[in-house]
Design a protein around this ligand. Structure first.
Ligand SMILES: [Zn+2]
Ligand SMILES: [Zn+2]
Length: 379
């Protein structure tokens, strides 16, 4: 089969290789992949950033074994391991050959302190598909049946099923505190920020404001439900005065757009250090702030920590992954709604075959894109 592999410790270092179809272990399902989407993590793997390097070097024994990448995908079950009882919560959903599945990318241990309390999304011994074991940018993947999530193919089309994993990040982040009747401000209109706009709208947010440095992405945000979009041009990091002016300017625009409400729920989905400060400035007293974007190390200053967080009485909540399986249940309910599926399709700006993966990576790394999906041609 064809598989896109990271084969060397350097930027790019990818190769579309011909390798054997993986064996289906006793607790696995073998899935014939139909489509997969590219994620920021894949860009980090491509660019060979420090955030993923050590994990991959350890998992591949410094590339003694290459790694098939890709952790957002969907496909058809073609083989089921002999010990598999089912999929989903308590394995209560029967798995059959031919089932159309998406995948939870985090394989959890089931035994650590968190797992024993049902908090699988913060398992301390998780392994990640496409980072620490072979992933889904391939014609086939074997994965634990516990990671398979069954879709109704009559409801969920292939391109929507393949983005359920990242969409689930947005579902987890946006529904941690109910956005219904609230003013929601989303910093960062990349794919997960755009998905958050979709979820906030679907969950009945009264007012949705999106902030980004890319006009292309703000236009997408408006298409999927943002009532107001605000363009920001982050000043250079060493210009403290300009940075605090920009923060105050954004705060004024956000407050005007929110009125008569106030920014109840701020979602930091960009990972820009200035967006964290701007978000803390904007969130109303007693409001909530979701932290999902990953800033570069040492960039976060929290300049107004005492004023904005402590005196503001603000709740800060970090979000990682998807609740297993609560987020997946919510995702199923949301993707059952035609309006949600249409908006998800709007966020998918490029669909490119796996054979042209270089082009897919270039589109994703360039900022004039939403989600980039790769189709996997077979037979
Ligand atoms: Zn991802
Ligand atoms: Zn665990």
């Amino acid at each position: 089969m064809k598989a896109l592999r990271k084969v060397a410790s350097r930027p790019n270092g990818l190769e579309l290789a011909e390798i054997p179809i993986p064996a289906c272990g006793p607790r696995d399902v073998l899935v014939k992949v139909r489509a997969a989407s590219l994620c920021g993590t894949d860009a980090h793997i491509y660019n060979w950033d420090g955030s993923v390097r050590d994990k991959i070097l350890a998992a591949t024994d410094r590339f003694a074994r290459p790694l098939t990448i890709g952790h957002e995908f969907c496909g058809e079950v073609v083989e089921i391991g002999r010990e598999v009882r089912g999929a989903g919560e308590g394995a209560r959903e029967l798995l059959r050959p031919g089932d159309f599945v998406s995948a939870e990318s985090h394989i959890v241990c089931g035994q650590c302190y968190q797992c024993r309390r049902g908090e699988y999304h913060v398992c301390t011994r998780e392994t990640i598909i496409g980072v620490q074991r072979d992933g889904g940018f391939a014609e086939y993947i074997a994965l634990p049946a516990a990671c398979a999530w069954i879709n109704d193919p009559a409801v969920v089309p292939v391109e929507v099923a393949c983005i359920e994993e990242p969409f689930g990040n947005a579902v987890h982040a946006t529904t941690e505190y109910s956005p219904a009747g609230r003013c929601v401000v989303v910093f960062g209109a990349g794919p997960i920020g755009l998905f958050s706009v979709i979820v906030a709208a679907a969950e009945g947010a009264e007012r949705i404001i999106a902030v980004d440095a890319s006009q292309f992405r703000l236009d997408l945000a408006a298409k999927v439900g943002a009532h107001t979009t605000i363009h920001t041009a982050p000043p250079p990091r060493d210009d403290q005065a300009a940075r605090s002016r920009e923060r105050e300017r954004l705060n004024g625009l956000i407050r005007d757009a929110a009125a008569p409400l106030e920014p109840d729920l701020v979602m930091e989905m960009s990972g820009a250090a200035d967006a964290i400060d701007a978000g803390l400035r904007a969130v109303r007293r007693g409001g909530k702030m979701i932290l999902f974007g990953l800033p570069k190390r040492q960039e976060v200053t929290l300049e107004r920590y005492s004023e904005d967080v402590i005196f503001g009485g603000v709740t800060l909540k970090g979000i990682i992954g998807r609740k297993i399986y609560g987020t997946w249940e919510k995702t199923r309910a949301l993707t059952a709604r035609p309006a949600v599926r249409d908006k998800i399709r709007t966020v998918i700006t490029h669909t490119i075959p796996l054979s042209r993966y270089e082009e897919a990576f270039a589109k994703m790394i360039g900022r004039d894109s939403g989600k980039v999906v790769m189709t996997i041609a077979q037979d």
